[in-house]
Design a protein around this ligand. Structure first.
Ligand SMILES: [Zn+2]
Length: 307
């Protein structure tokens, strides 16, 4: 199998990808390196919709020291002292920036409306959560340590890169899932951290159709899917580390993806043009030769418009 060419350009320019496990893993690692041990001087909530909790009050963070930054599924957790955890979901257009202090140049500024939350740190820098665009869906919860598990993180499935995610665990999940594979991978209920982009990459690596039913996979296909989930995500985490160095990731590096957002380009494995299905708010890219025995699925968006 040929690795995706680093020079490949994405054919699709339809805006940002929602951050997924590789991006968020590197964001948590690099943010932790920058802010571990720093105290919050002040917290400013700039967007009315972003804060989902009121008890404890967000002002409880003032003076508290950051003890850890970690990722769970598509959530980022910033732990303060022994008692508090700030849980963040960036959704599609939310991002984190570090600005000011130490002569650092602030990241490219957008409009003031894009600023959702500012955490002023004791070293003069601001940790800013921004959300670009008119739709404000990014969310923040302040929880007492432990309460996040039954709160914003309730119902999350297994971490795909944890030792608990074995071929047997995946086989059990598949048996109970009467949904198409694409939906199975992005649901967050069975396995977490995978979104629209890496679901396509994983299914391409496993040579499985996004339209196949999860509970109909045979044992060999289920093993292939397990290997593709672990292999694709591990490799992507390494590639994201190289791509972003020590910086906070801002944009998914689409040139590292083999099929997602590479519609009509040749499949890196067999050369067949990559096909795309649009369904509701989701685009699915796949290789008809490698994944669906030559079948090209109807573009449901287009057929609805023509009806
Ligand atoms: Zn192919």
């Amino acid at each position: 199998m040929r690795a995706p060419d680093a020079k490949r350009s994405a054919t699709h320019d339809g805006g940002a990808c929602m951050p997924e496990l590789p991006f968020l893993t590197v964001l948590a690692e690099n943010l932790e390196r920058e802010v571990h041990g720093r105290a919050a001087r002040d917290v400013l909530v700039r967007s009315v919709s972003v804060l989902k909790t009121f008890d404890p009050p967000i002002t409880a963070l003032s003076g508290m020291r950051i003890t850890a930054v970690r990722r769970r599924g598509k959530y980022l957790l910033v732990e303060f002292g022994a008692d508090l955890v700030l849980v963040m979901h960036l959704m599609r257009n939310g991002r984190l920036q570090l600005a000011g202090g130490d002569g650092r140049v602030p990241p490219p500024g957008r409009t003031a409306k894009d600023l959702a939350l500012v955490l002023a740190l004791d070293d003069g820098r601001d940790l800013r959560m921004i959300e670009i665009g008119p739709k404000k869906r990014a969310a923040v919860w302040l929880c007492r340590r432990g309460e996040e598990i039954g709160g914003p993180l309730a119902g999350l499935g297994l971490e795909p890169l944890s030792p608990l995610f074995t071929p047997g665990a995946l086989a059990r999940m598949l048996r109970g899932a009467h949904v198409r594979l694409k939906l199975f991978l992005v649901s967050q209920r069975e396995v977490v951290g995978i979104g629209n982009a890496f679901a396509d990459e994983i299914l391409w690596a496993a040579r499985l159709s996004p339209q196949a039913m999860a509970d109909r996979l045979d044992a060999a296909a289920a093993d292939r899917l397990h290997a593709a989930i672990v292999g694709t995500l591990s490799r992507a985490v390494d590639e994201h580390r190289r791509e972003f160095g020590g910086t906070l990731p801002m944009k998914e590096p689409l040139h590292l993806l083999a099929v997602h957002r590479h519609g009509k380009e040749p499949c890196p494995r067999c050369g067949t043009p990559i096909a795309v299905i649009y369904y509701e708010d989701r685009e699915t890219y796949y290789c008809p030769t490698c994944q669906s025995a030559g079948k090209v699925y109807a573009d449901r968006r287009r057929s609805r418009l023509l009806r």
